[in-house]
Design a protein around this ligand. Structure first.
Ligand SMILES: CC(C)(COP(=O)(O)OP(=O)(O)OC[C@H]1O[C@@H](n2cnc3c(N)ncnc32)[C@H](O)[C@@H]1OP(=O)(O)O)[C@@H](O)C(=O)NCCC(=O)NCCSC(=O)/C=C1/CC=CC=CO1
Length: 275
């Protein structure tokens, strides 16, 4: 049974994660502040499983991913993971690296918008978690560092070489993934890595306001927009416009579209049902 079944505002505990669902907004908090929310094997796996669980929750219409303490996430736990992976054979290494990629796929494939609320450090895997979100709302203290080459690994971990050029362009992505230099909030805003730069200390509030707006909006239209933005990245224009046409035809048969028309005619705000 889902751990979320029950009352309107619900919580559940996972490894180094806290989750709360209230009024259609799930807030997932990386909760290991004493290690800047570094991800252990258990935390990666739980994050993947939690996102899959939330994707099946019909009540969730937006998700905020945040970090507790003085940063968002310092990436893979260097002590636990580097130590263990040095002793693994290739098959187990592949299993681990596939598992971390599944976390990113879970963020990209869930049927609701994901907002990363970033303050302080977002490093390595932490930077990719933020990158995979649909929106990055950032505090002036935010700094993003794709550190993988700094630990002797490929900068293209967890889909970063797929996603980052699409967000900031190949030139910036090459620089950030190869050198691993930190990008501070003003530069992140300039190159389009963040969608909103907030006032200091107001990031959670801004992320919650955006989540509220999304959760109150036409959920099916948002889900289809997210799916198309992901699918069409790799499609020729002819296939894209065909997919757009079939998606739009589906939505034009839906209740929300008819509701918009009724609301417009009756001069009132629409009541979105996500159908
Ligand atoms: C630059 C830092 C991110 C922040 O520095 P600072 O603000 O001075 O804070 P610290 O004092 O260094 O950190 C506070 C405590 O947290 C521990 N900690 C921080 N990051 C990690 C981490 N990633 N793993 C384990 N522990 C971490 C730190 O040791 C302090 O603990 P104590 O108080 O007990 O001493 C700086 O912290 C830093 O550079 N961190 C490491 C960043 C990093 O290299 N991340 C990994 C990138 S690669 C990745 O994400 C993917 C993988 C997957 C594959 C293999 C291996 C690892 O990760």
């Amino acid at each position: 049974m889902s751990p979320f079944t029950g009352s309107a505002a619900r919580t559940a505990d996972w490894t180094h994660l806290r989750v709360r669902i209230a009024d259609g907004v799930a807030t997932v908090t990386l909760a290991r502040p004493e290690k800047l929310n570094a991800l252990t094997f258990g935390a990666y796996a739980d994050l993947r499983d939690l996102l899959a669980e939330l994707s099946r929750e019909r009540s969730v219409r937006a998700l905020v991913l945040a970090g507790e303490g003085r940063g968002f996430c310092s990436g893979g736990d260097v002590d636990e993971i580097i130590g263990a992976t040095l002793d693994m054979d290739t098959a187990r290494l592949l299993d681990f690296n596939r598992m971390t990629g599944q976390v990113v796929r879970a963020i990209r494939e869930c049927p609701f918008p994901v907002i990363a609320a970033v303050h302080g450090v977002a490093a390595g895997a932490g930077a990719v978690l933020a990158l995979a979100a649909d929106f990055r709302v950032a505090d002036p203290s935010a700094r993003f560092a794709f550190l993988f080459t700094r630990v002797g690994l490929s900068g293209g971990d967890m889909g970063a070489a797929y996603l980052l050029p699409r967000v900031v362009g190949l030139g910036h992505a090459t620089r950030l993934l190869m050198l691993g230099d930190p990008v501070r909030a003003p530069e992140a805003e300039r190159i389009g890595l963040i969608s909103e730069l907030t006032q200091e200390g107001r990031t959670d509030e801004a992320a919650a306001a955006l989540a509220r707006r999304l959760a109150d909006g036409p959920a099916l239209a948002y889900a289809q927009t997210k799916a198309l933005l992901t699918a069409e990245l790799d499609m020729p224009l002819a296939a894209s416009v065909e997919l757009d046409a079939s998606t739009q035809a589906l939505l034009m048969n839906g209740e929300d579209y008819a509701e918009f028309h009724a609301a417009f005619t009756e001069k009132r705000p629409p009541k979105w049902r996500g159908r």
